[in-house]
Ligand binder design. Structure first.
Ligand code: NCD
Ligand code: ZN
Length: 344
C-alpha cells in the first residue's frame, strides 16, 4: 500500500506551552490534527474558565493559516478547585479537567495533594459531563519510578472509578500491562491515550548504551513486555484506546542537562510515527479508529468530516528546530527516517 486516506485525526493530549513558542507548537499540531486537547500545566496553571478561554484565544491567534483548528481546553485541578469552577467551565470547548498528583511531572508542583479532598469536584464533573484526564502516577519518592503507574491504579484510579461510575475518565499516556488490563476490565466510562514513544520504544531506548535524554518522558519508558502489550492492544482496534501524543517541547539545553526535563516533542511527526507503528504491526487498517474515531466518540463529540492522506514517501525528522534568539528544540525521533508523510 502506498497511500492511506483516513478521516481527519485529533490529538487528545498536547502541550502547546505559551508565548512565542505557540507559533511553533500550534502550527506543528494543526498541520494534521483538527482538534487537540491543550494541557493546562502552564506557569501559573490554567485553573479557571477565564484563563482557559484566554489561553484558547492565544492558541487560535497562533494557528494562522490553520483557521479551522479547534483547540479544546482543560482545567488544572488543584487543592483549591471548587465544584463551582467546574459548573462554570464545563462546555464543548472546555470538555475536561486534568488531575496531576503533586510533583508527578513538569510544572506539577501546584497540583493535588490529597485526591480524596477532590471528591466533591469529581461529583460536579460527573454531573456536568466534564471528563477527568489523569496523569496516573503516584509521586511518592518511596515508590520505584517504574512502579508508579501500577500503584496509582490501586491507590487512586480504581477507587475514583468505583466512587464515580458516571464520571468519564481518560487514563493518559498509559505505559504498562496493568494499565491496559485496568482499562479493558472497567466499563464504558474509562478509556486511555497512548503516545508514539511508548508504542515505539522501551526503557532500553532510554538507558542502554548511553542515556538518551530526548527519549525521556513521564511516565518513563517501561520494559519491552509492557511496550508489547500496548502494541497488541492498539492493533486489536479496541475503542477504549486512542491517540494522545503528549507532544511536550523543552528547549535543547533543558533536556541535555544533568537534570534533564521530561517530555518528547513529537508534533512534527505524531501521526506519521503512529502510522509507522500500525504498519509494523500489520494493523494499518486500525489507524483510523485510533486516530480519528475512538477519541471523539469517547468525548461525545462529532467525528471530523474532512479526511487526510498519508503517502509512502521517506523523510527524515530534522535534527533540531530553531526558535527565535538562537534557542532550539530537538524533536522526538530527530535525524531518523520515517516511512509515511502527510500529504498537504
Ligand atoms: C509533560 C510536560 O513536559 O509538560 N512531560 C512529559 O514527560 N510528558 C508533562 C506530562 O504530561 O507529564
Ligand atoms: Zn502530558
Amino acid at each position: 500500500m502506498d497511500q492511506l486516506t483516513i478521516k481527519a485525526p485529533d490529538d487528545w493530549h498536547v502541550h502547546f506551552r505559551d508565548g512565542d513558542l505557540l507559533a511553533e507548537t500550534v502550527a506543528a499540531t494543526a498541520r494534521c490534527f483538527k482538534r487537540a486537547i491543550a494541557m493546562p500545566n502552564l506557569r501559573p496553571p490554567i485553573t479557571k474558565q477565564a484563563q482557559a478561554l484566554a489561553y484558547r484565544k492565544r492558541i487560535l491567534d497562533a494557528a494562522g493559516e490553520h483557521s479551522d483548528f479547534n483547540p479544546l481546553m482543560t482545567l488544572y485541578l488543584t487543592d483549591e478547585t471548587q465544584p463551582e469552577h467546574i459548573k462554570q467551565a464545563a462546555s464543548k470547548i472546555i470538555p475536561a479537567a486534568k488531575l496531576y498528583p503533586a510533583g508527578a511531572t513538569t510544572n506539577s508542583e501546584s497540583a493535588v495533594g490529597s485526591i480524596e479532598k477532590l471528591f466533591p469536584v469529581f461529583e460536579a464533573m460527573a454531573e456536568h459531563g466534564m471528563l477527568l484526564l489523569v496523569h496516573g502516577e503516584v509521586p511518592d519518592p518511596e515508590v520505584d519510578v517504574f512502579d508508579r503507574e501500577k500503584e496509582f491504579i490501586d491507590q487512586h484510579l480504581a477507587p475514583i472509578h468505583v466512587s464515580f461510575p458516571n464520571l468519564k475518565i481518560v487514563f493518559e499516556h498509559i505505559t504498562t500491562c496493568e494499565a491496559v488490563d485496568f482499562v479493558l476490565q472497567t466499563g464504558d466510562n474509562v478509556a486511555a491515550t497512548i503516545t508514539p514513544q511508548h508504542l515505539m520504544m522501551n526503557r532500553n531506548d532510554l538507558l542502554a548504551g548511553g542515556i538518551r535524554p530526548h527519549n525521556y518522558c513521564m511516565p518513563v519508558l517501561k520494559r519491552r513486555r509492557h511496550q508489547n502489550r500496548l502494541r497488541e492492544v492498539v492493533s486489536s482496534g479496541s475503542p477504549k484506546f486512542f491517540l494522545g501524543s503528549d507532544s511536550a517541547p523543552h528547549e535543547q539545553h533543558a533536556k541535555e542537562n544533568a537534570c534533564g526535563c521530561a517530555g518528547c516533542y513529537s508534533a512534527w511527526g505524531a501521526l506519521e510515527l503512529y502510522a509507522e507503528v500500525f504498519e509494523e504491526l500489520g494493523a494499518i487498517d486500525k489507524l483510523e479508529g485510533f486516530a480519528s474515531i475512538h477519541g471523539p466518540s469517547f468525548y461525545g463529540l462529532s467525528l471530523n468530516r474532512e479526511s487526510i492522506t498519508l503517502v509512502r514517501d521517506f523523510w527524515t525528522m530534522p535534527k533540531s528546530i530553531a526558535l527565535a534568539d538562537g534557542r532550539s528544540i530537538v524533536p522526538f525521533y530527530a535525524g531518523q527516517r520515517l516511512r509515511w508523510r502527510v500529504e498537504i
